[in-house]
Design a protein around this ligand. Structure first.
Ligand code: PAF
Length: 283
């Protein structure tokens, strides 16, 4: 595995491989790798000849500067893990390498990016599309891998690929959870032991609501989850929306769509955690 820090070097490494007809998998990350990333990288390794993992804390997607400052940076540990997982290249550029000048491109995909995270984190998805599109242009991947934990991000990246258009396949990978149910996230590292216990109520509320939803109408199910979180110590609900999995717009009845997902964001102390659950699924 090779650590590459410039765009030119990465392009020079990939050009001959591409000429040989090798497939290239890209796993975009912001580092602080955990088992959720491992599942993306391992899948990319299984499905491609060459795997590039980007490890870059993208400043343009942070609407809260404090959040950017606190974001964990663990490149050395990340490289050790990526070697184990079988990645070919780690691409860890500097901010100046990616943004030698401010990126003024505007990506707008309403209504996908106007709800939920788009509403509470203005500019976030614009920043995500800026970095992800740059990575696609730099790497030219055959396939790119994204986790379903960031459900809205995945939908928006798919839309960007369709509209741009980029010639690659987007692969969505299932949420990876701790044994007790907590969705894996780099932000979990910031939870105190007490908060770690409190945060468990998020996935618990979502899992329980699946059964609850079988005997209750949608609005009651939404309220059930909201009540679970407001009763839970140490948690503060930002939003819980039950949406159509394709349009991300709120649905009001279980028979309104055959793809229904509940998306939640909760503060545990000052740590912002997101999770989601599928109530009705396409497959
Ligand atoms: O999901 C993330 O970690 C980031 O939003 C991504 C896709 C790596 C872009 O910085």
């Amino acid at each position: 595995m090779k650590l590459v820090q410039t765009i030119n070097e990465l392009r020079a490494e990939l050009a001959p491989l591409r000429k040989e007809g090798k497939t290239i998998g890209l796993v975009p990350t912001m580092g602080a790798l955990h088992a959720g990333h491992a599942s993306l990288v391992k899948r990319a390794v299984a499905e491609n000849d060459v795997v590039v993992v980007s490890d870059f804390v993208n400043p343009t997607q942070f609407n809260d500067k404090n959040d950017l400052l606190k974001y964990p940076r663990t490149l050395d540990a990340d490289c050790k893990l990526l070697e184990e997982y079988g990645a070919t290249f780690v691409f860890a550029p500097s901010v100046e390498e990616i943004y030698p000048e401010p990126d003024t491109r505007v990506f707008s995909y309403p209504p996908l990016d106007t709800v939920m995270e788009g509403k509470y984190r203005p500019g976030h998805f614009n920043g995500v599309c800026q970095i992800v599109s740059k990575l696609f242009l730099i790497v030219g991947p055959t396939r790119a891998y994204f986790g379903e934990k960031d459900f809205q991000q995945l939908a928006i990246v798919r839309e960007m690929v369709r509209k741009y258009p980029f010639d690659l396949q987007i692969v969505g990978c299932p949420i990876v959870r701790e044994e007790d149910g907590l969705a894996l996230s780099s932000r979990n590292a910031r939870l105190t032991p007490e908060q770690r216990v409190q945060a468990l109520q998020i996935s618990k509320a979502l899992f329980t609501s699946v059964d609850y939803g079988k005997t209750h109408v949608l609005s009651e199910t939404r309220k059930f989850v909201e009540d679970c979180i407001s009763r839970a110590e140490g948690l503060c609900l930002e939003y819980f929306e039950i949406v159509d999995g394709n349009t991300l717009q709120p649905v009001h009845a279980w028979d309104e769509s055959d793809y229904i997902v509940g998306c939640i964001t909760v503060f545990c102390g000052d740590v912002r955690l997101i999770d989601n659950i599928k109530y009705k699924c396409k497959e």
